[in-house]
Design a protein around this ligand. Structure first.
Ligand code: AMP
Length: 411
């Protein structure tokens, strides 16, 4: 899949203006301080590589959802400051992405300089994948590198429209790492291959479950996703969170798994609560005994044992979505037990971003996972469709280079 795109280390960057699309969408507290800089750290190898090649490095990112307007609290200023400290060099933040003053700053850059463009999403054209905005961004650089895996499932100007306006394009080192783990898991997995899917966004993930049925040997389902399956199978789930629109699809997944001889694991017991509250009254019941006025908020101890046994002989594990409402202590045991069991398995373990990443970090087990993806939505879409718009766009470049001297020569 990724053998058709170029990576940054295949491209001559020396002295060139290199526009790197990164994902520096870090969480900020009310005072505008960065609470977790993992996303900044994960693109340092690419930035440092470009600096070692003496490139002029122009970084572009979004932050938050400013909806096309300039919002002071969503400026990339704190990111520029932190990045400067991590790189131990000055990082200049521009006032916008493509305005006159910004272009002047870029024009004056010297090899080895780093400039960060202000939040891409202050411009409504970014999320519309506007060709005009893509052209303006493209005109800033000689080389374009996409290293924003976590946004590669979006079709935006900074990762799709921009492509045809830069002579040379490729992917960065973070993207390379993400794609190489993906390939190891999905194209030539060591078997048994086990997928663990939890969380609550069932409609986002049912398509994924269907495509996983084509590849895995075992499928483990937890979180409120499991409750949707139990409801689809005709069980009483009380006031548990279920997605009624996904019931038919859940039935199809069960039938598909049966047809393909995939072992499907659902919880056998739950921690139920009388309300959605950290201090609710709780008890452990089997999947057949959820009281009509209670809700299941975590998997129970027998399920933890069952799921642990199911992953014992696994050689490849991919995991997305918590087993319960792990944000509340009373309903976090199922998820943290899963973190520990996956971390201590002998398999290649790939964890897909978002809440699962948070749980793994909170449990302090991140170093024991083979790989934690930086993308939540992107990770899920890549698993499901085997490709992402931001990656596909890099591939199309090889086939058409409108307006370049080379294509004119060919005519
Ligand atoms: P997702 O974004 O689909 O991975 O869902 C993550 C969210 O699912 C977390 O915030 C969990 O609190 C939530 N979740 C997991 N299990 C349950 C459950 N049984 N009931 C309600 N929410 C759940």
């Amino acid at each position: 899949m990724n053998n058709e795109i170029k990576f940054i280390d295949d491209i001559d960057l020396r002295g060139k203006r290199v526009l790197i699309r990164v994902d520096l969408n870090v969480p900020l507290d009310e005072k505008g301080n960065i609470t977790d800089d993992t996303r900044i750290r994960s693109v340092l190898p690419t930035i440092n590589y470009a600096l070692d090649e003496n490139a002029r490095v122009i970084l572009a990112s979004h932050l938050g959802r400013p909806k096309g307007k300039k919002v002071a609290g969503m400026s990339l200023a704190p990111v520029a400051k932190r990045l400067g400290r991590l790189l131990e060099k000055k990082v200049t933040l521009t006032p916008d992405c493509t305005g006159k003053e910004t272009r002047k700053i870029l024009h004056e850059m010297k090899p080895g300089d780093v400039v960060l463009l202000e939040n891409l999403r202050f411009n409504p054209a970014e999320e519309k994948n506007s060709d005009g905005f893509g052209r303006k961004l493209g005109e800033l650089a000689d080389v374009y590198i996409n290293d924003a895996f976590a946004t590669a499932h979006r079709e935006h100007a900074s990762n799709v429209a921009v492509i045809k306006y830069v002579e040379e394009v490729g992917a960065g080192l973070l993207m390379k790492k993400e794609l190489s783990y993906f390939t190891r898991a999905m194209e030539k997995p060591m078997r048994p291959f086990v997928a663990i899917v939890g969380g609550k966004k069932v409609s986002d993930k049912v398509g994924l479950l269907s495509s996983l049925c084509e590849k895995v040997d075992k499928l483990i389902i937890g979180g409120s996703m499991a409750l949707t399956f139990f409801k689809a199978l005709g069980y009483e789930v009380g006031k548990s969170l279920v997605e009624d629109d996904a019931l038919e699809e859940a039935k199809r997944v069960v039938a598909n798994a049966r047809k393909r001889n995939i072992k499907l694991y659902l919880p056998v017991d739950f921690v139920v609560a009388d309300r959605f509250n950290p201090s609710a009254e709780t008890k452990v019941v089997t999947y057949q005994e959820i009281p009509p006025t209670w809700m299941a908020l975590d998997v129970g101890p027998a399920t933890v044992t069952l799921f642990n046994e199911a992953i014992q002989n696994a050689k490849t594990i991919i995991w997305n979505g918590p087993m319960g409402v792990f944000e509340m202590d009373a309903f976090s045991r199922g998820t943290f037990a899963m973190v520990s069991n996956v971390a201590n398995s002998y398999a290649l373990t790939i964890v897909g971003g978002g809440d699962t990443d948070v749980a793994v970090h909170r449990a302090g087990e991140f170093a024991k996972m083979s790989y934690i993806s930086t993308g939540g939505g992107a990770f899920l879409q890549l698993l499901q469709h085997n490709d992402l718009p931001g990656i596909a766009a890099l591939r199309t470049k090889k086939k058409r280079r409108p307006g370049t001297p080379r294509s004119r020569k060919g005519r």
